[in-house]
Design a protein around this ligand. Structure first.
Ligand code: ADP
Ligand code: MG
Length: 527
């Protein structure tokens, strides 16, 4: 008698061919979804949530699009995941990695259909990926020694990263902002020191980089508007108890004067607390929580600038860049680390007043103020700029640079093709397929720009037949062009991550021969 049912309850399984089909289809569907956003002429997508608020995001960023999807297909989830990892690790290439993995699977599907075993495909893909990486390594340019050239490399990488984003109109301006900000970091990859502030109004071109830190708060009435050689105490403490609060507390008194007495006692306590804080020798007090009028007055009388209700991100960053620590008790002034900066002053951005801390302890600190027509524009600008900052900070450490515009893929495809010709056996089909998958990237870049991709890619292929060609897709003139001349460069690290993660993801999905969906185990089954 055959085993009717192996799994309990709601568990289902899909086997062999069917499971593989389901994986292929899911993964390819995801790749096709983000495909149209690839390249400088790629389109954007609107993501609308059906939850409360129906928030809308307009974006071109592969990782952002995929992150917001709820997906049921397990293979598709793998691709969403590699895109996320790519975003965290190197910041750019989030679309490319998914598209390449999708193409690798598309090719693999064809091979499986002609009865080549998945394991053969996998070992072919592995050889091809290794060969492709070596081909890139041979062509990398490293200008670390030459500061001038290196800066221009950074500038080009920055512009290439931004060219597919909303900032592409003003990409020179933003590329310069990003490069300047990253150069200040002096080799550290700690992007925390770069603060991005979004202020609706004005146009993207009005965005600027400022030294120091900007806190999105106003200076209260009667407080000093300008402080030199500031000693800053960053705190998270309650400063809102100079009155009896109605909620929670129950006070029974027989006359109003008793209430006044209690309030008086509270006031004395508050006065003591303020005294303690001031005795740290500070002239600026920044609190996460509210500061009521009475303590605020006391601070103002002592000539201390008190800023209330700063957001968490704000005080953490302020503590970081001024070299202080967030305090919540004030009994031991020695153990409290004060922040320092040369100057605090009020500045205007558009219609708003903000507080500017300059000459901070942490010299790298800087702020990029983004201006733009609407919050959607600003959010996308923020994401794009973050991509650029991320890639640049990586490039400062690993200064190997490649050309862009489909050039790396052509170089890799050529080397992989040669490998296929040398390799005997069925594996060579897989290696050949890998090279075809690589060619999909320039094809899609051209397609997305409304160009004749078949024509251009074959031209490109002919160009690359010559050793040392620098040809790529020039989307501006719509032809094959010199990428050195066009200034389209990319970081080696990004391209390497795209290649290796895409191959790994494809391999992982190829290995699947069974999908088992199970309901969570019930409580009584657990022992
Ligand atoms: P990703 O999320 O993968 O970074 P993008 O939409 O940023 O996707 O597109 C990146 C691709 O576009 C890269 O292959 C890059 O070489 C190419 N690219 C960028 N700028 C240009 C350009 N000016 N001309 C041709 N190709 C470009
Ligand atoms: Mg990009």
């Amino acid at each position: 008698m055959a085993v009717e049912k192996l799994f309990k309850d709601e568990a289902t399984e899909e086997k062999g061919e069917r499971a593989r089909m389901a994986s292929f289809i899911g993964a390819m569907a995801i790749a096709d979804l983000v495909k149209t956003t690839l390249g400088p002429k790629g389109m954007d997508k609107i993501l609308q949530s059906t939850g409360r608020g129906r928030s809308v995001t307009v974006t071109n960023d592969g990782a952002t699009i995929l992150k917001s999807l709820h997906i049921d297909n397990p293979a598709a989830k793998v691709l969403v995941d590699i895109s996320k990892v790519q975003d965290d690790e190197v910041g750019d290439g989030t679309t490319s990695v998914v598209v390449l993995a999708g193409e690798l699977l598309r090719e693999a599907e064809k091979l499986v259909n002609v009865k080549i075993h998945p394991m053969t495909i996998i070992s072919g893909y592995r050889m091809a990926a290794e060969c492709a990486r070596n081909a890139l390594l041979e062509k990398v340019v490293d200008n670390k020694q030459d500061a001038e050239k290196f800066k221009s490399d950074l500038m080009k990488i920055s512009m290439t990263t931004l060219s597919s984003k909303i900032l592409s109109q003003d990409k020179e301006h933003f590329a310069k902002l990003a490069v300047d900000a990253v150069m200040r970091l002096k080799g550290s990859t700690n992007l925390e020191a770069i603060q991005i502030i979004k202020k609706p109004g004005g146009s993207l071109k009005d965005s600027f980089l400022d030294e120091g830190f900007i806190l999105d708060k106003k200076i209260g009435i009667g407080q000093p508007k300008r402080i030199e050689n500031a000693k800053i105490l960053v705190a998270n403490t309650a400063m809102d108890t100079d009155k009896v609060k109605i909620y929670g507390a129950r006070v029974r008194v027989d006359s109003m004067s008793k209430v006044a007495e209690i309030e008086g006692a509270e006031k004395v306590k508050m006065r003591e607390k303020v005294q303690k804080i001031i005795s740290h020798g500070i002239n600026c007090f920044v609190n996460r929580q509210l500061i009521y009028n009475f303590p605020e007055e006391l601070f103002a009388d002592a000539g201390v600038l008190a800023i209330e209700h700063a957001d968490f991100d704000g005080i953490e960053r302020l503590a970081l860049v001024t070299g202080g620590e967030i305090a919540s008790t004030f009994d031991n002034p020695e153990s409290v680390k004060l922040g320092q900066c040369k100057l605090i002053e009020e500045i205007m951005i558009g219609e708003d007043k903000l507080i500017h801390f300059s000459g901070c302890e942490m010299g790298q600190a800087c702020t990029i103020v983004l201006r733009g027509a609407s919050s959607h524009v600003l959010d996308e600008a923020d994401r794009s700029l973050h991509d650029a900052l991320c890639v640049l900070s990586q490039t400062v450490n690993d200064s190997r640079v490649l050309l862009g515009g489909g050039w790396p893929e052509m170089v890799m495809a050529k080397a992989v093709d040669e490998l296929a010709r040398k390799t005997p056996g069925k594996k060579s089909h897989a290696i050949e397929a890998f090279s075809r998958a690589l060619l999909a990237i320039p094809t899609i870049i051209a397609d997305n720009a409304g160009l004749d991709s078949a024509e251009l890619v074959s031209q490109l292929r002919a160009e690359h037949h010559q050793e040392g060609s620098t040809a790529g897709i020039d989307v501006i003139s719509g032809s094959v062009g010199d990428m050195v001349e066009r200034g389209v460069s990319e970081a080696f690290k990004v391209k390497q991550a795209v290649l290796l993660s895409a191959t790994e993801a494809a391999e992982m999905i190829l290995r699947v021969d069974e999908i088992i969906t199970c309901a969570p185990r019930r409580r009584e089954d657990r022992m």
